[in-house]
Ligand binder design. Structure first.
Ligand SMILES: Cc1ncc(COP(=O)(O)O)c(C=O)c1O
Length: 371
């Protein structure tokens, strides 16, 4: 079944599964135990930490394993309860794992400003400069948007944060495996990642935390993860994520080229099959392989169901309930009119998609939008 929803999640890579099977079967010791089985499990975790750190040019001590990308974001944001400065600058197009948390923190005295975006889904660095207040204690702006794939002017934003002496966190969940990521190049203080977005297992992620960046744990208990994240570690999950990151490092250029090619073939064919289609996002600054397309006069939930019936799986940014479609907040923030918003689908391609699959997808879209 052609699967075109890789921004939602990716199928596990066979080599990752193999690694996890071996680790699940043979490394049962609690990594905190000091006997041989425990030490073996600990060694597996530390091997993954080294691989992951090396892949993003970080130090091993700067990697904190978590249960998801959402948890990494939550850890950073809930940490503000104990901070002196309680204002956050974020953006209007963050994932709910940032925006909903910021809303929940408001009754606790933590305020936030959500920067607007332009119709390409990008923040203006000057808006960040203007939003900084004397009590701004954190800037949290995603690097790549999950619905439209736009890449933020991250270096310019970080430069502003550095000049103001404010820690910068980025939700980078949609980046790894799509574009090069080096913490030497992107000088964020904290970045959140999630394994299931790059052919790793679900339910495991990590936070990169630059040395000396202040952070409080979200989950307290044992002293795991240098006391930043209590709980017996998900040893097979962490090992699988380490392998998935190693594969990203090894194959990044090849994967990027493949996705770029699929995207360009799809765009070519979809514009011919559906001449009225509108492509959203930023043509210049976007990750390869993600296409947000609106089909004026159509409803995204109906299109999605028709594709699903033909065994083609895609996603819509808008949520549907009780027969109506709720517009996507991301597209709303990009000032996309409501009728266009509710007619939008997201196609996100992956390593196992082929040229003929994306050509067939465009052909089917032509049929179902004209019929
Ligand atoms: C930008 C972004 N942030 C955070 C998340 C949440 O990641 P996880 O599923 O690991 O909690 C997602 C997943 O959809 C995402 O796209």
């Amino acid at each position: 079944m052609p699967y075109f929803d890789h921004s939602a999640t990716t199928p596990i890579h066979p080599a990752v599964l193999e690694k996890m099977n071996v680790v699940s079967a043979s490394y049962y010791g609690n990594p905190s135990s000091i006997h041989s089985s425990g030490r073996k499990s600990k060694a597996i975790i530390e091997e993954a930490r080294r691989n992951i750190a090396a892949a993003i040019d970080a130090e091993s001590s700067e990697i904190i394993f978590t249960g998801s990308g959402s948890e990494a974001n939550n850890m950073v944001l809930w940490s503000l309860r104990q901070a002196d400065k309680k204002h956050v600058v974020s953006s209007a197009i963050e994932h709910p794992a940032v925006l909903t948390v910021l809303q929940k923190l408001e009754p606790l005295g933590i305020t936030y400003s959500a920067l607007p975006v332009n119709n390409h889904g990008r923040v203006k660095p000057q808006d960040l400069q203007d939003a900084i207040q004397p009590d701004t204690g954190l800037i949290s702006i995603m690097m790549v948007n999950n619905e439209v794939g736009s890449i933020q002017p991250i270096k310019a934003l970080i430069e502003i944060a550095k000049s103001a002496g404010i820690p910068f966190h980025s939700d980078t969940v949609q980046t790894l495996g799509k574009i090069p990521i080096s913490v030497k190049d992107i000088e964020a203080d904290m970045m959140s990642f999630s394994a299931h977005k790059f052919y790793g297992p679900k339910g495991v992620g990590f936070l990169y935390k630059r040395k000396n960046t202040k952070l409080k744990p979200l989950i307290i208990g044992g002293g795991q993860e240098t006391s930043f994240r209590a709980g017996t570690e998900n040893v097979p999950g962490i090992a699988g994520m380490g392998e998935a990151v190693r594969l990203v490092k090894e194959n990044l250029i090849q994967r990027m080229n493949h996705l770029e090619k699929l995207e360009s073939i799809f765009l070519d064919h979809i514009q011919k099959a559906c001449p009225e289609v509108i492509i959203n996002g930023c043509p210049k600054h976007h990750i390869p392989g993600v296409v947000s397309a609106s089909f004026p006069g159509q409803r995204s939930d109906i299109l999605l169901a028709k594709l699903d019936r033909r065994s083609m799986e895609v996603s819509s940014g808008s949520a549907c309930g009780s027969g109506s479609v709720k517009p996507s907040a991301v597209l709303e923030a990009m000032a996309i009119p409501e009728d266009q918003n509710v007619s939008t689908l997201r196609f996100s391609f992956g390593r196992e998609n082929t040229e003929s699959e994306v050509i067939e997808l465009a052909k089917v879209l032509g049929v179902i939008t004209n019929g």
